[in-house]
Design a protein around this ligand. Structure first.
Ligand code: TTP
Ligand code: MG
Length: 373
């Protein structure tokens, strides 16, 4: 029997695709709290601190989400929406421990695992491609057996599709997008399902009459590029489910390292603000050291009582990891940019990072010795 040429082409395309999984824990911090204290099971749990103080929600259980509580919402708003919730400060060491167990399990399924956050990772299957669905279910079972936590798994031919598929599967599910059906899968979804389309872009696109991914697909690459430049090109690729980023096993070096704090009460005293800035500098500095990186710039974020927020950046002449220099320069920069009005939040970020020539220079070393004595 002679088989037509297109038959072989179909077989080849089926065999030739990548298998990428995106694994994301469900309501991670809140779920770890429930495992740690089973009396919380089935209750609305909000992690993020004291509801009568300033601050934002880190996450909440799905029971609290029914009341409209979301990550990054102010604790005040969260309490208004769900006053009977259980509010917890959070215990990062517990979350870290659970995360480590999960990542270890993922690494037992494939050598190609890219950890992208405390509760999410991509896994690429390079050898056993027989039944990605079975592997996905097996991952979910093993994670549950080891941690009593549930996760959601998305499976697709690249990272973009896997990521969108896992949010489709949430909570506690698995969703597989078969190869060559990426475009069909994406078409009916709202544009904000595409990673990178945040609220601002969404509003801009909605104003232009674009609501669904199919609207982007139908516009065509040239129109999208003409209208939105480089973003337009991304919209074109993403809406067709194209993404050739590799799953990289190495922890990607951060582009910036920062910290921020919201005050319990607005502060308008310079010395107090400078005092609040110290632990932020210290925290970001320690993280930078851990990553063996040096910085060539600092950026400060100031949020005023009326929520108006400004960000100002300063570049240094050279990359440095000199603590005294960073502390003094950051404080001086703050003094220059702060207009003297009350603040509710300060954020700091060391930018333009490099991991090359980590060895501190002689002057860095000397300055640090002086500082310690
Ligand atoms: P996510 O995976 O975004 O959220 P989640 O795991 O709580 O819920 P989902 O089921 O929708 O995945 O974030 C993982 C953890 O990171 C989350 O449990 C708490 C923390 N986090 C914050 O601290 N602040 C934030 O704004 C977000 C989004 C997450
Ligand atoms: Mg999660």
């Amino acid at each position: 029997m002679q088989l037509p040429c297109h038959f072989f082409c179909v077989i080849l395309t089926l065999m030739d695709h990548r298998i990428v999984m995106h694994v994301d824990m469900d309501a991670f911090f809140a779920s770890v709290e429930v495992v740690n204290n089973p009396s919380l099971k089935g209750k609305p749990v909000i992690v993020g601190g004291d509801p009568d103080k300033r601050g934002v929600v880190s996450t909440c259980s799905y029971e609290a989400r029914k009341f409209g509580v979301r990550s990054a919402m102010s604790m005040f708003e969260a309490k208004k929406r769900c006053p009977h919730a259980i509010f917890l400060e959070g215990n990062f060491a517990l979350y870290r421990e659970a995360s480590d167990k999960v990542m270890e399990i993922l690494q037992s399924f494939s050598p190609c695992v890219e950890i992208v956050g405390i509760d999410e990772a991509y896994v690429e299957l390079k050898e056993d491609k027989s039944s990605p669905f079975k592997v996905g279910q097996s991952i979910r079972r093993k994670v549950f057996e080891a941690t009593s936590l549930t996760c959601s798994v998305g499976i697709g031919s690249n990272k973009l599709i896997a990521k969108i598929a896992s949010s489709h599967a949430k909570p506690n599910g698995l969703f597989e997008v078969p190869p060559n059906l990426e475009k069909d899968f994406l078409a009916p979804l709202p544009i904000e399902s595409i990673p990178g389309i945040g609220i601002r872009t969404q509003v801009e696109l909605n104003n232009d009459g674009i609501f669904k991914v199919s609207d982007l697909q139908n516009l065509g690459m040239d129109t999208l590029i003409n209208r939105y430049g480089a973003y337009g090109y991304y919209f074109h690729l993403a809406s067709h489910g194209k993404d050739n980023r590799p799953v990289s096993e190495e922890d990607p070096a951060p582009k910036s390292i920062g910290a921020e704090t919201t005050f319990e009460k607005d502060i308008d005293e310079r010395d107090l603000l400078l005092e609040e800035l110290q632990p932020l500098i210290e925290k970001a500095y320690q993280r930078m050291r851990r990553h063996k990186m040096r910085t060539r710039g600092v950026s400060l974020k100031l949020r005023f009582s009326d929520f108006k927020t400004i960000t100002r950046s300063l570049s240094f002449e050279n990359h440095t990891i000199n603590y005294r220099f960073l502390k003094e320069t950051t404080c001086e920069f703050f003094t220059q940019i702060w207009p003297g009005t009350p603040l509710r939040l300060i954020g700091l970020s060391f930018e333009k990072l490099t991991d090359s020539y980590w060895q501190p220079t002689f002057w860095d070393w000397l300055a640090e010795q002086n500082q310690e004595t």
